[in-house]
Design a protein around this ligand. Structure first.
Ligand code: IPM
Ligand code: MN
Length: 353
């Protein structure tokens, strides 16, 4: 298969980890006889430095001309510490999600045997954890207007809005995923307080009739946050709005020991985008210490998206072996265990592909 991949490395550790993902994809292509072509484009703080815009028109064009986008991370402390900066890297990410129509963000969480004793939770609690969180990605409070301050600057406001159409399309994605898995769907909302959540719940109840094979349950987000820690193996597919999904998936990511392990796929109207869920981790940038596994596993999701199942599974197995053999970066290393560099971990994984 021939695939054109837009490579948007972004900020912080983005360039290091996407380089490992790319090399791993290339090794996989070599083994299975595929051809992947990459076009690099700037995004985030890196793009602001170059062009003044965190998601330049040219980058957007390159994404549209590609079959898929492989994305690193964005964010830079120089903006985090300046809340008044008129242009921010995160705006690039949000604009990219919105303009590529990437409304469904899939974040799989699977705690394999190799990860069980690296989890902060007890083995008997995390064992068997295997779920996907479907996060709505282009609506809700991230995009609602009005947003701003009053004249005096003493009052600030954000707006959370959802339309039935926005809720329906992401629910359909989640129902279809559940149907292909263990057929349990958990709808997470705050319907006891928020009107948008009540619309979510009402819409989910209506659509559920079209998917009778799937058992649907409804959880308030505070309870869901607790159940994820108490009984993570209970979940199969979780679907929720943008901000709840952002928060719950950071929580869920450490079930397997590290935020550096969680990959994601964003699907929508055009080319799909694949990215690790961790951020730009600026403290580690350029030091060759960040965990490349989430980026490499995002590459596996990319392959799976194009039906290359065996290829994706080969990468996952290689990652699993590498952890079992103890070749891990510091985030996963047990106390006293030697930790490897980013590129060593990447090399070990590729040796197994
Ligand atoms: C994520 C990130 C982003 C988000 C930030 C960087 C804007 O945390 O992808 O989860 O909140 O969506
Ligand atoms: Mn997040």
């Amino acid at each position: 298969m021939k695939l054109r991949i837009a490579l948007l490395a972004g900020d912080g550790i983005g360039p290091e980890i996407t380089a490992e993902a790319r090399r791993t994809l290339d090794r996989t292509a070599e083994r299975f006889g595929h051809r992947f072509e990459y076009r690099e484009a700037p995004v985030g703080a890196a793009a602001i430095d170059l062009t003044g815009d965190p998601y330049p028109e040219e980058t957007h064009r390159i994404c549209l001309e590609s079959d898929a986008v492989l994305f690193g991370a964005i964010g830079d402390p120089k903006y985090d510490n300046d809340p008044t900066a008129p242009v921010r890297p995160e705006q690039g990410l949000l604009r990219m999600r919105r303009s590529l129509g990437l409304y469904a963000n899939l974040r799989p969480v699977a705690v394999t045997e190799s990860l069980i004793d690296r989890s902060p939770l007890k083995p008997e609690i995390v064992r068997g954890t295997d779920f996907i969180c479907v996060r709505e990605l282009t609506g809700g409070i991230y995009f609602g207007r009005p947003q701003g301050r009053d004249q005096a600057g003493t009052r600030a406001f954000d707006t959370c809005t959802y339309t039935v159409a926005e809720i329906e399309r992401v629910l359909h994605t989640a129902f279809r995923m559940a149907g292909a898995r263990r057929r349990r769907l958990t709808v997470v909302d705050k319907a006891n307080v928020l009107e948008t959540s009540r619309l979510w719940r009402e819409t989910a109840r209506r659509l559920a009739a079209q998917y009778p094979e799937t058992e649907v349950e409804y959880l308030f987000v505070d309870n869901a946050a607790m159940q994820l820690i108490r009984q993570p193996s209970h979940f199969d597919v979780i679907v929720t709005e943008n901000m709840f999904g952002d928060i719950l998936t950071d929580e869920a990511s450490v079930l397997g020991g590290s935020l550096g392990m969680l990959a994601s796929a964003s699907l929508g109207d055009g080319p799909a985008l694949f990215e690790p869920i961790h951020g730009s981790y600026p403290q580690a940038a350029g030091r060759n210490i960040a965990n490349p596994m989430a980026a490499i596993l995002s590459g596996a999701l990319l392959l799976e998206h194009f039906g290359l199942k065996e290829e994706a599974e080969t990468i996952r197995q290689a990652v699993d072996h590498t952890i079992r053999d103890g070749f891990v970066t510091e985030d996963l290393a047990r106390p006293g265990e030697r930790s490897c560099t980013t590129s060593e971990v990447g090399d070990r994984i590729r040796a197994r592909v």
